[in-house]
Design a binder for this molecule. Structure first.
Ligand SMILES: Nc1nc2c(ncn2[C@@H]2O[C@H](COP(=O)(O)OP(=O)(O)O)[C@@H](O)[C@H]2O)c(=O)[nH]1
Ligand SMILES: Nc1ncnc2c1ncn2[C@@H]1O[C@H](COP(=O)(O)OP(=O)(O)O)[C@@H](O)[C@H]1O
Length: 197
């Protein structure tokens, strides 16, 4: 049976990467889709692990060649999901996690049948701002832009299948794990019992 595509969105600094990485330690059969971005790497980020860091002309060329499942401009930089590895993993029956913004999730929903859409929200906007400041990776103006965009992104919650509030980390990790387990138990195909048709 084909794998399941899990799409995670949520405001910058809400803890998407932290929660997802912890879930991946505890759950096998999950692949993380590494996005391409024109954003410069932050200290400690590794090319090919956190992102594929590319320049704008490379990104544009990949876009033209249809290499992205979706792409969007987020907080002033471009981000895109490489299509090929995802199609191969899903075909092999491996589940895939995308960590993408709300515009990208909309495109995936439109073009891909059967994805599971999960929104991660902060307990409050104040807590979100504190996390962004404490993470210490973005300038003050970048934090301001992320907070403005957070308010817009939160308005898209109703487009998603699940909401996980990341207040206590351990609880959020358990909730995401539970969603993945439940979705894996879901009977997805009418011919499930009769094998592939
Ligand atoms: N549409 C889209 N959004 C992405 C992709 N990769 C990352 N993003 C989103 O871009 C935003 C900024 O990500 P990032 O630069 O890592 O900053 P952070 O959210 O502050 O950690 C986040 O909302 C990510 O979910 C992608 O391939 N496509
Ligand atoms: N439940 C939580 N409580 C407090 N801080 C958290 C929690 N989850 C994540 N963080 C911290 O918030 C910051 C942003 O997390 P990160 O995973 O980088 O967010 P995102 O990927 O959504 O941008 C990090 O410093 C992380 O350690």
């Amino acid at each position: 049976m084909a794998g399941i595509l899990f799409v995670i969105s949520g405001p910058s600094g809400v803890g998407k990467s932290t929660v997802r990485k912890e879930v991946m330690k505890r759950c096998s059969g999950l692949r993380y889709s590494i996005s391409c971005t024109t954003r410069p790497p932050r200290e400690g980020e590794i090319n090919g692990v956190d992102y594929l860091f590319v320049d704008l002309s490379t990104f544009e060329a990949m876009k033209r060649q249809g290499e992205f499942l979706e792409w969007a401009r987020v907080h002033g930089n471009y981000y895109g999901t490489p299509r090929k590895p995802i199609e191969e993993w899903l075909k092999k029956g491996e589940d895939v996690i995308l960590e993408i913004d709300v515009q990208g999730a909309k495109q995936v929903k439109k073009n891909f049948k059967g994805g599971v859409f999960i929104f991660i929200a902060p307990p409050s906007l104040k807590a979100l701002e504190e996390r962004l400041k404490k993470r210490n990776t973005d300038r003050e103006d970048e934090i301001l832009l992320r907070m403005t965009n957070a308010r817009i992104e939160m308005q898209c919650i109703s487009d998603y299948d699940y909401l996980v509030v990341n207040d206590q980390l351990e609880e959020a990790v358990n909730k995401l794990l539970s969603i993945i387990i439940a979705e894996r138990c879901r009977i997805r195909k009418p011919h499930f019992w009769g094998g592939e048709k």
